[in-house]
Design a binder for this molecule. Structure first.
Ligand SMILES: Nc1ncnc2c1ncn2[C@@H]1O[C@H](COP(=O)(O)OP(=O)(O)OP(=O)(O)O)[C@@H](O)[C@H]1O
Ligand SMILES: [Mg+2]
Length: 248
């Protein structure tokens, strides 16, 4: 069964239709990217999946159950990191445990362990503003993963980083998800970067311009870790660009 299923999702703001009926499913052990033109409603769609906003019509399902509020099995990574500057890195990660019922000492231990997992040992009790962008997003990832979610939702998680840092982070995230016995069974990532989608994903969901519909779902079957110089990689990238540019 699909872990996440979207069934006829519509989203309207006043008279304007943003998302015009979108359905697709995503199962476990997948990395799915959602790509589409600027303003087509990608962030809106991810927020609907996260249970942060309700669709105007249609349903988002997790394990067959309607998602009508945020749930601990689904966690979110934000483009702008969304760290609280007056809290330490450890305290920011502890926010990810607020619904855990653990006492503060256990939360603190778990948060510290997760920060060390992301190479931030020694910075636990510093503040986010002392960190580089890549380090800030590591804190964002640690906060999203500390409650051991099944589904990781990421909204352009690397787009605020310079390209060198972003590239290192993409590989690190794939490597961490693959090798570290993580709870995550499905990743859904919004991106506007075609190369990033092909580098990371098993499937790429291509959306149209507003009012947004599904254009195509493309499977990428290249073995990981992927090499951008490979011919198959280039063909997948070209295909997606062509699909984005096409009328339908
Ligand atoms: N509060 C709002 N009031 C009016 N329009 C809004 C509001 N929030 C979003 N929109 C519109 O909804 C559409 C979808 O926005 P959304 O942020 O989901 O798009 P996106 O695909 O994530 O864009 P981007 O590529 O810029 O991140 C946009 O066209 C935007 O203009
Ligand atoms: Mg967006």
């Amino acid at each position: 069964m699909d872990l996440i299923k979207l069934d006829g999702i519509r989203y309207e703001i006043g008279e304007e239709t943003i998302i015009d009926g979108l359905s697709f499913g995503a199962g476990a052990e997948q990395f799915v990217s959602i790509i589409g033109p600027s303003g087509c409603g990608k962030s809106t769609l991810l927020r609907i999946i996260a249970g942060l906003i309700p669709p105007t019509a249609g349903r988002a399902l997790f394990n067959g159950r309607r998602i009508d509020k945020p749930r601990k099995e689904l966690s979110f990574v934000f483009q702008d990191f969304a760290l609280l500057p007056w809290l330490t890195n450890r305290e920011n990660v502890m926010l990810g445990l607020s619904s855990s019922g653990l006492d503060d000492e256990k939360k603190s231990d778990k948060a510290g362990a997760m920060l060390r997992e992301f190479g931030l040992g020694g910075s636990e009790d510093e503040y986010p503003n002392a960190l580089s962008g890549g380090m800030k997003q590591r804190v964002g990832l640690a906060r999203a993963l500390v409650l051991e979610p099944e589904v990781l939702l990421m909204d352009e998680p690397f787009s605020a980083l310079d390209e060198l840092t972003a590239n290192a982070m993409r590989r690190e995230v794939l490597e961490t998800l693959r090798t570290r016995n993580m709870s995550v069974r499905l990743v859904i990532m919004v991106t506007h970067n075609v190369e990033e989608a092909v580098l990371m994903s098993d499937r790429v969901v291509v959306l149209s311009d507003k009012p947004t519909k599904l254009k195509e779902i493309k499977s990428i079957r290249i073995k990981q870790p992927r090499n951008r110089k490979g011919g198959e990689f280039g063909r997948a990238v070209d295909d997606i660009y062509a699909k984005l540019a096409s009328k339908r």
